[in-house]
Design a protein around this ligand. Structure first.
Ligand SMILES: [Zn+2]
Ligand SMILES: [Zn+2]
Length: 789
């Protein structure tokens, strides 16, 4: 019997070859009707024999294209229209947009084969792409995903390209960025000094390779912004790049021709190989086998990625081209990556010698993603290109639309509706105007393309974060918005819970650099009992002053001196160890004076600062030039072998680390090698975690431990903590799809906002009407009672 169905498919179903797939599937089953994109996903009407319709429905899910992600299929019987054939309809519009946008995808194998086939009409064309690969998120201005709503709208297709684009059986059917050298974008090589064109198309690429071989620095326009590139094996070029970029020792990302080259320098496990080759093409942190000088000083890892645009492939293609390139973000220290041609020239002309650029615009700036592998599973350090804007499904549905503003460093924001959380691309450290603008534009773009109109604003409690101030401005402008202030470490724990889709009360261990506490102090070594709506601080690292405030973060030696002074008094200067002998005594007297008079010496319980102190005490890093450098170098100095922990005390749920310092001083005097001391320190911190979790389990009868916060990017620490907790019978959770660092905070804020709204049934409150308790400082007043009864 002939029947008719109307079907709606939701998920990542646009820009991934879904309509041609449906077309082929329908025609193979003799079905008639149509398929079209709409703002909710893909709409299909099909007519045909009932058994064929059933098969069609089954195969719609089981045979869907590799890059699609189906989140749901809804269908109902429909009156028969009597379609004569199956066709692909134009995109339809309605007001309820609910479509998912695909991330950018690395050049596929079929396109690569054409790129290097001299008889193909796209031979060596640097913008080759198809339905299964190419730019997506970074060129989308609006939805539904169709050429006029991308930055490709400026190029009109030639006859051959249009034919491919319109033929449902062609692999470029409705590939929105489809182009060729006749009609599409072109590359251009420009000198940085005189801004003169040195070559276009093939000549530009050929010349760029020659310049890279020559040790020059070339700014290369990629998918989400510019990279600064140089030959990684040319020490002088690398040194040049470091000095021009004012980047002393922060590791550079590398791109290599292929896996074989990477294998020369790094160990590559099967999971790491899979990640390197995945269409997302992240930078993967790999253990060094053979060092490349100047790339990642004092570091056990190198960050490698494989080519992901046709331009990259062309640059590596000639046999005498450099086999490894530094590909670092095209920005000046803390500014966002340049992505507009004009900006790039202004910002990078004093760093790059040449620009290899092109005229396809980037609509949204998007950095490379950075991942690692722990216990055979992917862990995310920076979630951006290739991953964003794929949503993360929330453990529970949100009745309201939510904007979570995230934290300050490594900022991401997050927008949520229904059970989707759209975690943004990496915005950066919200410390200057340019990054703030990128943050604001990003929020507007996400709100627009996902049709999210926030009624709830979640934000960090730190009154000085620019993200918090942004929330404050929104709330001041619109008093009807609901404000939810979220404590930083609670957000860390909730982000990990949401990523692992767990619910209920857990033991939360949040270790990071700094986060604003409910007592106004700077937390960072926290043991919480928490669920999504509430938390209670059960234990923490003892407070110590940070001499000189944030300057102590840049100068870890201050923390070391402060700890020693508290233990030994002024006599610590006579300990006779290298650290105290080399200390700036004059500076110290000023700092000591300020601590004694409680001037600019905020109290902190941060584990990050404890790592800083030990790193400086061991002479590893006394002055930091990038975030967490002291801790990273301490990890890299530590032996992987287990060595016994130092002694510490726990008094009334305060962890007192004095014994660690006297232990280390003793070891230093006994000339114990640094790698052993560093290993003992890692064992000590792991022991603290297990010890405190044991105490909390006895008191609270909870067996699940959630680990979060940037300190857990430390693989030695994470490994020891996880192993020992598991041995002790705990179930342990770490984040995988979202960063363990502050890049995951905004997702935690969303999860907490949903739970608080549900639990407390909070009504809309004017943020200014709330009277603040001076100790629990929520700048915008909506501070919900957080303690467990
Ligand atoms: Zn392709
Ligand atoms: Zn063309």
């Amino acid at each position: 019997m002939r029947k008719a169905l109307q079907i709606l498919v939701k998920g990542v179903v646009q820009g991934v070859g879904f309509r041609p797939f449906v077309y082929r599937l329908a025609t193979s089953h003799n079905l008639t009707g149509f398929v079209q994109n709409n703002e909710n996903g893909v709409l299909i009407e099909v007519e045909g024999e009932e058994n064929y319709l059933n098969e069609f429905l089954r195969e719609l899910e089981s045979k869907s294209p590799p890059l699609s992600r189906i989140d749901g299929v809804w269908y109902e019987n429909h009156p028969k229209v009597g379609y004569l054939r199956f066709s692909i309809g134009k995109s339809a519009f309605n007001d309820n947009r609910d479509v998912l946008v695909s991330p950018d995808i690395a050049t596929c194998d079929e396109c690569l084969a054409e790129l290097f086939n001299p008889s193909d009409r796209r031979f060596q064309y640097p913008f080759i792409n198809c339905t299964n690969c190419g730019p997506r998120f970074t060129i989308i201005r609006d939805v539904p995903y169709d050429r006029p709503r991308t930055t490709m709208c400026e190029f009109s297709m030639c006859d051959s390209c249009r034919e491919e684009y319109e033929n449902p059986l062609d692999r470029r059917f409705h590939a929105q960025p489809n182009a060729c050298s006749e009609c599409g974008p072109e590359v251009e090589l420009v000198g940085a000094l005189e801004l003169e064109t040195k070559g276009r198309e093939k000549k530009a690429i050929k010349e760029a390779i020659r310049l890279l071989k020559d040790g020059k620095i070339v700014a290369i326009k990629g998918l989400g912004g510019f990279h600064l590139a140089c030959d990684a094996l040319n020490e002088e070029a690398v040194r040049n790049l470091r000095s021009r970029k004012s980047r002393d020792s922060k590791p550079f990302a590398l791109m290599s021709k292929d896996l074989k080259v990477i294998n020369r320098y790094c160990e590559v496990s099967s999971m790491e190989k899979k990640l390197l080759l995945s269409p997302r093409r992240p930078i993967v942190l790999l253990t060094k086998k053979k060092d490349i000088r100047g790339i990642a000083p004092k570091n056990k890892y190198l960050g490698f990625m494989l080519p992901y645009t046709p331009i990259h492939h062309l640059l590596f293609n000639p046999p005498d081209a450099p086999s490894v390139l530094v590909m670092t973000s095209g920005n000046i220290s803390d500014e966002p990556v340049s992505y507009k041609n004009g900006d790039a020239v202004t910002h990078l002309k004093n760093i790059a010698d040449y620009f290899l650029t092109h005229n396809r615009k980037i609509h949204t700036r998007c950095d490379d993603s950075l991942v690692g592998v722990f216990e055979g599973r992917e862990v995310t350090i920076r979630r951006s290109r290739g991953y964003v804007p794929e949503p993360i499904e929330l453990p529970s549905n949100s009745e309201q639309h939510i904007l979570a503003c995230g934290a300050e460093l490594k900022n991401t924001f997050c927008l949520a509706k229904d059970n989707y959380a759209f975690l943004s691309h990496y915005i950066g450290d919200l410390e200057n105007l340019e990054v703030l603008l990128a943050f604001e534009e990003g929020i507007q773009h996400f709100e627009h393309i996902f049709s999210i109109y926030p009624t709830v604003i979640a934000y960090d409690l730190h009154p000085e974060y620019l993200s918090t101030k942004y929330a404050g401005e929104l709330l001041a402008r619109n008093p009807k918005l609901l404000a939810v202030g979220v404590q930083h470490h609670h957000a860390h724990i909730a982000s990990c819970m949401a990523d692992n889709r767990i619910d209920g009360k857990v033991i939360g261990v949040a270790f990071d650099g700094l986060g604003y506490g409910t007592d106004g102090n700077l937390w960072g070594g926290e043991f919480l009992v928490a669920d999504y709506s509430r938390f209670k601080r059960m234990a923490h690292l003892q407070y110590v002053p940070m001499p000189g405030g944030v300057q102590a973060i840049r100068e870890p030696w201050r923390m070391a001196a402060c700890y020693l002074w508290r233990i030994y008094g002024d006599d610590f200067l006579k300990l006779g160890i290298e650290f105290t002998d080399g200390m700036d005594k004059k500076k110290w007297r000023v700092l000591k004076n300020s601590m004694e008079h409680d001037i600019n010496s905020p109290l902190t319980s941060s584990i990050g600062r404890l790592f800083d102190a030990v790193s400086a005490l061991l002479g590893i890093c006394g002055f930091s030039t990038y975030e967490a450098q002291a801790a990273i170098e301490l990890e890299n100095a530590a032996s992987n072998e287990y060595h016994s922990p130092y002694v510490y005390e726990v008094e009334e749920n305060i962890i007192k680390p004095d014994g660690i310092f006297s232990g280390i001083v003793g070891d230093l005097k006994d000339n114990i090698p640094l790698d052993i001391i560093a290993s003992r320190f890692h064992s000590t911190v792991a022991d603290m975690v297990v010890n405190m979790c044991d105490r909390m389990r006895q008191e609270l009868h909870l067996g699940r431990v959630v680990l979060s916060g940037g300190v857990f990017q430390n693989m030695i620490l994470l490994g020891r903590v996880v192993n020992r907790l598991r041995d002790g019978g705990f179930k342990v959770y770490i984040p995988h799809r979202i960063p363990v660092n502050d890049g995951g905070i905004s997702l935690g804020q969303v999860a907490i906002a949903i739970a608080k709204i549900k639990k407390q049934k909070v009504s809309i409150i004017n943020p200014k009407s709330e009277i603040l308790n001076t100790k629990s400082q929520d700048p915008y007043g909506q501070y919900l009672n957080f303690n467990f009864p």
